[in-house]
Ligand binder design. Structure first.
Ligand code: SF4
Length: 361
């Protein structure tokens, strides 16, 4: 276990006063540094999310918004903030996806449903099982056995995005809000650099994607400039209930964990690193944005997937192609494959969340 110092300072140990009032400090944000009591931290946090929404034009009046809700902290905070500040004149709905991870997703789905009921937000639950005929618990052992099929989270993410986009179009949503936070974005950028994946890097941002097309619902990230640790504190200070007891049993396999660990170390030693990386990415993005002609070529290359009608450049979209591969794998492995994921080393799973979970209780 890492012995590095936690960057925030607990309320009881900090003799300093809040930057805005005479209250004791509840949280220290070292990149500022900022010292806040609970009330002023909450204000600071909410103002930054509103500023992100304005700066990147994430929401327009009257638009219907679909929130991709997992029941975890990030999407739950989006649900609370959009319900609190952006409900007027807009329809807001939530989509909960059950990937089929026994003992994990069932609990987070429950948390997601409870939050929707509490806030009076209409929600819909769609499962991988119903949509694709397979659950993650069935998919993951196949991937473990044959790594050529792809990465576990890459599979899961592609299937989830397919459901989200289809459902958003079905209900006429203009925007699809996801819970991606600053840490997620910075990790993605660094991963793309390490993988030399320029095309994927171009698609990142608070407004994801490079082209507008009727087949794609615009994905927006209101927490794009919000650090993960502050989301944990915000939930604790506001008593926002979300699911955080366990991590997905497959999450330890994601390469992203290594990047999270590395970037957290940098942020702890050199506060502000994550913001610097994000700003650097923004500059890069501006200079590599495709010209209108290139965008038109990209749009013209898109056709409908033969199975699900989602936009794709090929006969099948990525999700349908993956499902075909998996079904073939199942046919060829008639004896079935044992799920041994739970027995593996989970050292790098959800480290940040685990470390911070009890801090602000
Ligand atoms: Fe899917 Fe990976 Fe998330 Fe588990 S951790 S739900 S496998 S994306």
């Amino acid at each position: 276990m890492s012995t590095r110092k936690d960057p925030s300072i607990a309320k009881t140990n900090n003799p300093k006063k809040c930057d805005k009032c005479l209250e004791k400090v509840a949280i220290t944000l070292n990149y500022g540094p900022h010292y806040f009591c609970e009330k002023h931290f909450v204000q600071f946090f909410e103002n930054r999310v509103k500023k992100t929404i304005r700066k990147y034009n994430l929401l327009a009046p009257g638009e219907k918004i679909l929130i991709a809700l997992s029941g975890g902290k990030d999407s739950t905070v989006i649900l609370h903030l959009l319900a609190k500040y952006y409900k007027k004149g807009r329809e807001i709905e939530a989509l909960i996806i059950d990937e089929g991870v026994r003992g994990y997703r069932d609990k987070s789905v429950k948390a997601a449903e409870e939050n929707c009921k509490k806030l009076g937000i209409k929600y819909t639950l769609i499962s991988f099982k119903k949509e694709f005929g397979l659950t993650n618990d069935q998919i993951m052992p196949l991937i473990e056995k044959n790594s050529k099929l792809g990465g576990t989270c890459a599979f899961c993410g592609t299937l989830r995005r397919n459901i989200m986009n289809k459902y958003a179009k079905k209900i006429g949503a203009k925007k699809l809000a996801t819970g991606h936070n600053l840490d997620d974005e910075v990790q993605s950028f660094v991963m793309n650099v390490f993988n030399n994946d320029f095309e994927r890097m171009k698609r990142m941002g608070a407004n994801a994607g490079v082209i507008e097309h009727k087949g794609f619902v615009k994905r927006i990230k209101p927490l794009y400039e919000t650090p993960e640790k502050e989301i944990i504190a915000f939930c604790a200070f506001n008593g926002i209930k979300h699911y955080s007891e366990e991590c997905c049993p497959y999450s330890w396999t994601a390469k992203r964990n290594e990047y999270r660990e590395m970037l957290n170390n940098f942020e702890d030693r050199f506060p502000g690193t994550q913001y610097s990386i994000l700003r650097f990415y923004e500059n890069v993005k501006k200079s590599v944005a495709p010209a209108e002609k290139e965008k038109t070529t990209m749009k013209n290359a898109l056709k409908e997937c033969e199975k699900c009608k989602e936009p794709t450049e090929n006969k099948l979209c990525k999700a349908c192609e993956m499902i075909e591969l998996l079904k073939k794998e199942i046919r060829e492995n008639k004896k079935g494959t044992k799920n041994t994921f739970g027995k593996k080393n989970k050292k790098l799973t959800c480290l940040t969340t685990k470390r911070m979970k009890n801090k602000y209780k």
